[in-house]
Design a binder for this molecule. Structure first.
Ligand SMILES: NC(=O)c1ccc[n+]([C@@H]2O[C@H](COP(=O)([O-])OP(=O)(O)OC[C@H]3O[C@@H](n4cnc5c(N)ncnc54)[C@H](OP(=O)(O)O)[C@@H]3O)[C@@H](O)[C@H]2O)c1
Length: 256
């Protein structure tokens, strides 16, 4: 008698483009069952077409709202892997975002990621095996003038993931926080930051596929964090130094 092993399942948020789509493609190439979440129906259709894979369930939720996470976790069974990736880049001088914009952004990038993970944790602990990947940003560990709320949320979720990684080590649940720098996706155009596409030198951009490859490798090894791309690995030790920081900020300056 041959025993057919069930396929591993992944829940990916923000699958319609960029890093989320690259993650979905990577796992599809390994024959995973995919639960894919994004917000906009037409962009989800474009993403699905690009993915061209049948073992998928697609869900549309606005993940900047707490009720979406509650509904989502009732609809999607506990997966073997969570990729908490959905996010937007928002720029704006301190004091220019409304309270609701700040709440939504922080929930999407941080509190919602925590709620999502914690809705599945009890079952993951019972199963004594799972992986969790959080897509944070290099902005978690370096200042981002005019994107301070974004940087603060990415920093908070980074800290949460690092702590959770230690907490869950004995439960055979790995937690990996990925801290990408500039990745060629739709994020900057969507945020009205098209000028960065020309201004940031090409050597500072990495591909979404590279982020996924390095993040998956780190996750499978049980590492608590990964900075994808050689250039960012080299730059990391200098990010807290004043000179390096002012250079970095000059290259990546956001318009007024
Ligand atoms: N690109 C970079 O340089 C960079 C660098 C560091 C970190 N990151 C992080 O990487 C993650 C993915 O971004 P990306 O660069 O791949 O951008 P992207 O191509 O714009 O993709 C963003 C994804 O997030 C989804 N999303 C956005 N707001 C949502 C909401 N309210 N509810 C549900 N889904 C939502 C989008 O879905 P819809 O299409 O339905 O809106 C889309 O699938 C983000 O967390 C971002 O902060 C990106």
């Amino acid at each position: 008698m041959t025993i057919i092993k069930p396929k591993p399942t992944a829940l990916i948020t923000g699958f319609s483009s960029g890093i989320g789509l690259a993650y979905a493609k990577y796992l599809a190439s390994k024959d995973w069952d995919l639960h894919l979440v994004s917000h906009d129906e037409s962009r989800a259709e474009i993403g699905l077409k690009a993915l061209n894979y049948s073992n998928t369930n697609v869900y549309l939720y606005d993940l900047s709202k707490p009720e979406s996470i509650k509904e989502l976790s009732k609809s999607i069974p506990t997966p073997n892997l969570i990729v908490a990736n959905a996010g937007i880049t928002k720029y704006g001088e301190a004091g220019t975002l409304s309270s609701n914009e700040k709440l939504d952004l922080f929930y999407l990038l941080c509190n919602g990621v925590i709620d999502l993970i914690e809705s599945y944790l009890p079952e993951m602990k019972k199963q004594n095996s799972a992986r969790i990947v959080i897509i944070s940003s290099i902005g978690a560990i370096t200042p981002m003038p005019k994107s301070s709320i974004y940087a603060a949320a990415k920093s908070a979720v980074h800290s949460y993931g690092e702590s959770l990684s230690k907490e869950l080590k004995d439960r055979n649940i790995s937690v990996t926080v990925s801290l990408p720098g500039y990745v060629r996706t739709k994020a900057h155009k969507r945020a009205g930051l098209d000028h960065l596409i020309k201004k940031v030198p090409s050597w500072m951009w990495i591909e979404a596929d590279q982020v996924v490859k390095e993040t998956e490798k780190a996750s499978l090894k049980g590492k608590s964090n990964i900075i994808p791309g050689l250039v960012y690995k080299l730059v990391r030790p200098f990010l807290q130094m004043a000179l390096a920081n002012s250079l970095w900020n000059r290259i990546t300056r956001r318009r007024t």
